[in-house]
Design a protein around this ligand. Structure first.
Ligand code: MRU
Length: 347
């Protein structure tokens, strides 16, 4: 079923190529990029043409299809050895979102099993990963909206929407469904420095779908929570450790602290492809450090004196103890911990 509040697609397979909506250009311009080789896909992930944990995984899966086409044409006997280089390149494009290696592992499973030309099999698997992600988002939308408990305003951080996933979104999936059910009256979106995913992407996505959205500077969030204007903070995740600690866009952690202080509930919405049960706690999650220029310049202009240094982690870790609800496609864990995570993953 197509929702009237779901019009955006960031990743598509079209006529033997991967088509990505260039998210760096939004909201000013709608530019699609056509990628035909795996190196272009790795670069698009690294440079934020495509971003958001599930979308990165889906793009990488299609990247494997492109790689297989080249490697099998080069040598139908040794393509498996040759494609290993492409898989390694894709796997290291960005370090924090575990969906990337999760998707590549699934593609590796198909590589190990196929006989003859692998392209059709790999394309079928990439498409399955893509479709399963949308289905998971719809399920999480239902489960998350059921927790809202009445008409409310919500705050979100970064972009965990259709643009960050196969479609519909994780946090924005809950928001889309909640809005459809008449439960959400307004969405507050943090602008999300330094890449402005909240301002450029979330606010755009919601405006496209006619969902009322108010933008705020990241530093205004605590003041808003203090006013009692927000009932839930709803965010996505890039990697969740076995104990329930959540890595997500930098700024999520202080939102969770402020939410707890002000008695506002904090919901994390993420598919099980974002869970990393091999990592015991958030301390072990690799946190991407991005270039200092992202902070030291704005729109190409310097905003700090020459010689100033910058600390620019792209993600932070919110301890599980600050999460009121973890929504996955397999079910909900209230106050998640190691035991509840293990139970969810065993379902
Ligand atoms: O650096 P980004 O834009 O890839 O960061 C994205 C986020 O932090 C999202 O909140 C997360 O990937 C969840 S997307 C459903």
């Amino acid at each position: 079923m197509v929702s009237p509040h779901d019009r955006t697609r960031a990743v598509a397979w079209r006529e033997d190529a991967l088509e990505l909506l260039d998210q760096r250009r939004l909201p000013g311009a709608i530019v699609h990029r056509r990628l035909t080789v795996a190196a272009e896909v790795a670069e698009a992930i690294r440079n934020m043409v495509v971003r958001g944990a599930p979308a990165i995984g889906i793009a990488a899966a299609y990247g494997v299809v492109l790689a297989a086409r080249v490697r099998y044409a080069e040598d139908p006997h040794c393509w498996r050895e040759r494609i290993a280089v492409d898989l390694a390149m894709l796997a290291t494009a960005r370090p924090t979102a575990v969906n990337l290696v999760w998707a590549l592992r699934r593609m590796e499973g198909v590589i190990a099993e196929t006989e003859g030309d692998p392209v059709g099999w790999l394309l079928a698997e990439a498409r399955a990963i893509h479709e399963e992600d949308i289905a998971a988002n719809r399920r999480m939308g239902e489960l998350g909206a059921a927790l809202l408990g009445g008409r409310c305003a919500v705050l979100t951080h970064c972009n965990a929407g259709a643009l960050a996933t196969g479609g519909y979104g994780t946090a924005l999936g809950v928001i889309r469904r909640g809005y459809e059910m008449g439960l959400i009256e307004r969405v507050y979106a943090d602008e999300t420095r330094p890449w402005l995913q909240g301002a450029r992407l979330t606010a755009w996505e919601l405006a496209q779908d006619g969902i009322p959205v108010t933008l705020l500077a990241d530093s205004a969030a605590s003041a808003l929570l203090r006013q009692g204007a927000v009932h839930w903070v709803i965010v996505g995740a890039d990697r969740i450790a076995a104990n329930g600690d959540v890595a997500n866009k930098i700024g999520t952690y202080h939102l969770a602290v402020a939410a707890r202080y002000h008695g506002v509930r904090f919901m994390v919405v993420a598919p099980t492809s974002t869970m990393d049960m091999r990592i015991a706690s958030g301390t072990d999650i690799p946190i991407e450090q991005r270039a200092a220029e992202e902070l030291l310049t704005f729109g190409g202009q310097p905003v700090a004196a020459t010689g100033v240094e910058a600390w620019n982690p792209s993600f932070d870790v919110t301890p599980a103890a600050l999460v009121d609800a973890l929504v996955t496609e397999r079910g909900v864990a209230l106050a998640p911990d190691g035991e509840k995570m293990a139970r969810l993953m065993a379902m």
